[in-house]
Every structure is written in C-alpha cells, then in structure tokens.
Design a protein around this ligand. Structure first.
Ligand code: HEC
Ligand code: HEC
Length: 301
C-alpha cells in the first residue's frame, strides 16, 4: 500500500471513530429546549407523541465499549492503513501456517505413495480415494465427475488414448498439458466435393455405412494428406495426439457433418498443463486414479 493510500485509510478510520464518539456525546441527554424530562416533545406524528427521555445508560455504555474495543483492535491488528498491528497477524501468514501444518500432516503420506509405482497404487483404496478427490477438484470441470469426458474432452475410462495410457504418458499429459493440432484441409482437398469424399473414406475406416465410390476416390489423398498424422491405416499416432479413426470412438462427434467439419476446418484442442498447480506427488496420485479407471474392466476401479 502506498503512503498516500495508507494515510487516506487512516483518515477514514479516525474520522469514523471520532464521528461516532461525537454523536454519542451530543446525544447523551436529550436536551430539547424548554421541555422537561419525561414531558412530551412538541413534534407529533399521526397522534403519536414522543417523550423527552435521555438514552438509557446501558445503551450508551455499549457504544463506549465498542469504541474502546475498536481502539484496542486497531492497535493489535492491521486496520490503520499500512500499520501491521502489534500482534503481527496477517491473513496471508495464517494461510501459510495452515498450509504448512497440512503439509506436515499429509506430506509423508504423499511421499510414501510417490515412492510406489503407479500400477501398484491401483488396488490401494486410500490412494485411489485421494486421487479421486483431486480429480473432482481439478479435472472434473472438463472431463466430468465420472471422467467419461464429453465432446472435445476425452473419455479417460475407455482405454482409447490420444497420447497413450501408460503411467508415464498419463503423468506427462497432466504435468505438461497437451495441444492437439489438425490443420484445416478443405482447400487442399479442393473444397466441398473433396471434403465430402474424404469424409466417406473416414467412415469406411471404422466400417460404417459409406459411399464406396467416393471413399475409393479419396483413398490416395488420405495417404498423402492425412497419413503423416493418422498413419496409413488410420489407426492414429500418439506422438501427435492424432486419434485412431478406425474404432468408431469420436472426440468431436461422429455424425457425417461433424467429420466433414473437422476435415474442412481442422482443430486445435488443448489440455492445460498442471505442473504449476499441483505437486509431482499429487500428479502421481491423479495418474494412478486415471490409470485405474481405464484398466478396470468396467471403468470403475
Ligand atoms: C480446461 C479443461 C481441462 C482440464 C481442467 C483438464 N483437462 Fe485433461 N484434457 C482436456 C482436453 C481438451 C484434452 C484433449 C487434448 C487434445 O485433444 O489434444 C485432455 C486430455 C487429457 C489426457 C490425455 C487423454 C488421452 O487420450 O491421451 C489426460 C490423461 C487428461 N487430460 C487428464 C486430466 C487430468 C488428470 C486433469 C486434472 C488434473 C485434467 N485432465 C484437467 C481438457 C482438460
Ligand atoms: C498435422 C497432423 C494431422 C493431419 C495432417 C490430419 N489430422 Fe486429423 N487430427 C489430428 C489431430 C491432432 C486430431 C485431434 C485433434 C484434437 O486434439 O482434438 C485430429 C482429429 C481428426 C478427426 C476427428 C476424430 C474424432 O475422434 O472426432 C478426424 C475425422 C480427422 N482428424 C480426419 C483427418 C483427415 C481425413 C485428414 C486428412 C485429410 C487429417 N485428419 C489430417 C491431426 C492431423
């Protein structure tokens, strides 16, 4: 806080306190000229009159106590501009002390799990429970509380991986994030007719109903334009995050129009990096939870 702001805050605090004290002082007796104590005051509202009584003493004293409390508080705690108070308390300090206490309590538990390989944690109920709570806090917004994802957000329970489902690949996805980039290829395919033919070819890859003549027409272009990322057989390449196109699992929708749009416009899809948000020990537990989801037969460990 700059000195100017500090002085401004101090001024506001002092003026309010002095103002309250002054109000209290001038109202300690209701001194209305020419009206004795207990007599009706001249003003009358709809037939209701007020009697001339001083404020009850206990009431005034309550305010005095509040003012004294305020003064003592402002000496002990922050409140007077940049003055930190004699006790040295701060919300930041309290937060840090609580975090330190929590780390002292949970640090050894996290460290114990970090020392074990991820597949070994899948059967440890407490480790999985901790991983699940971290998942609900940090990942469920995008991947869903059941980790089944949604359009554009991969399902993490199905054993179908963009970047690989081995423990170290999952750790890398969480730690460094991922960016999936597919360039727009509408122009390279010669506009709408080329895109429509290519979409038929993509349908054929997963054995879906398609126009065989159009698909055959697009096959050579798949080899030149798409195979670099999706591999010649269409099974995808994890190093690029290029999805398997043969499994009828669709990240961005499996309708013909979705596939045509993907080919036409391409896409950039991002998983944010979490290395600055979560310690390596927490990422280890999260990876164990995700790994367990996809290796369990029903997707639920
Ligand atoms: C802001 C949304 C968002 C958040 C938060 C998020 N993710 Fe993701 N995640 C994505 C997207 C989008 C992708 C797919 C990226 C792509 O298509 O290239 C992804 C991909 C992944 C992958 C790779 C999946 C694969 O098939 O290879 C894993 C593993 C993953 N996320 C786990 C997590 C975990 C664990 C968390 C919590 C720490 C998390 N994500 C938080 C959006 C998110
Ligand atoms: C530079 C690499 C690259 C090239 C070239 C490329 N793709 Fe892709 N493709 C990707 C990536 C990466 C994704 C996933 C994007 C994401 O992370 O969401 C993708 C996604 C797709 C999808 C959506 C799959 C789904 O599950 O929803 C389709 C369909 C597709 N590509 C078809 C093609 C076709 C057809 C071509 C050639 C005309 C092609 N791609 C060329 C990298 C590429």
């Amino acid at each position: 806080m700059s000195t100017g702001w500090s002085l401004y805050v101090i001024l506001l605090v002092v003026v309010s306190l002095v103002g309250c004290a002054w109000l209290l002082w001038v109202n300690r007796t209701a001194s209305v000229d020419d009206v004795g104590q207990g007599e009706p005051l001249p003003s009358e509202h709809d037939g209701i009159v007020e009697l001339n009584h001083p404020l009850p003493a206990w009431w005034s004293w309550l305010f005095v106590v509040t003012l004294v409390f305020a003064a003592l508080y402002l000496v002990a705690y922050p409140g007077m501009g940049a003055f930190r108070g004699l006790l040295g308390w701060s919300s930041q300090g309290q937060y840090e002390a609580e975090v330190e206490q929590a780390e002292g309590l949970y640090g050894p538990i996290f460290a114990g799990y970090a020392a074990q390989p991820i597949p070994a944690l899948v059967d440890d109920d407490r480790a999985v429970g901790m991983g699940q709570r971290l998942f609900l806090n940090h990942c469920a917004t995008c991947h869903g509380s059941d980790a089944r994802g949604g359009r554009g957000y991969p399902n993490l329970t199905d054993g179908d991986w963009l970047y690989g489902g081995a423990p170290e690949q999952i750790v890398a996805s969480i730690t460094h994030g991922r960016v999936g980039v597919m360039p727009p290829l509408g122009a390279a395919l010669g506009g709408d007719p080329g895109v429509q033919a290519m979409a038929q070819y993509v349908l054929s890859l997963s054995g879906r109903e398609h126009d065989a003549a159009l698909a055959a027409q697009a096959a050579p272009q798949f080899a030149t334009l798409c195979a670099v990322c999706h591999e010649p057989d269409g099974r995808g390449k994890q190093a690029m995050g290029a999805p398997n196109l043969t499994d009828d699992v669709w990240l961005h929708g499996g309708r013909l129009a979705d596939i045509e749009q993907q080919i036409h416009l391409g896409r950039i899809n991002q998983m944010p990096a979490h290395r600055d948000l979560l310690s390596p020990e927490k990422i280890h537990l999260l990876a164990a939870y995700v790994y367990g989801l996809s290796t369990a037969p029903d997707g639920v460990p």
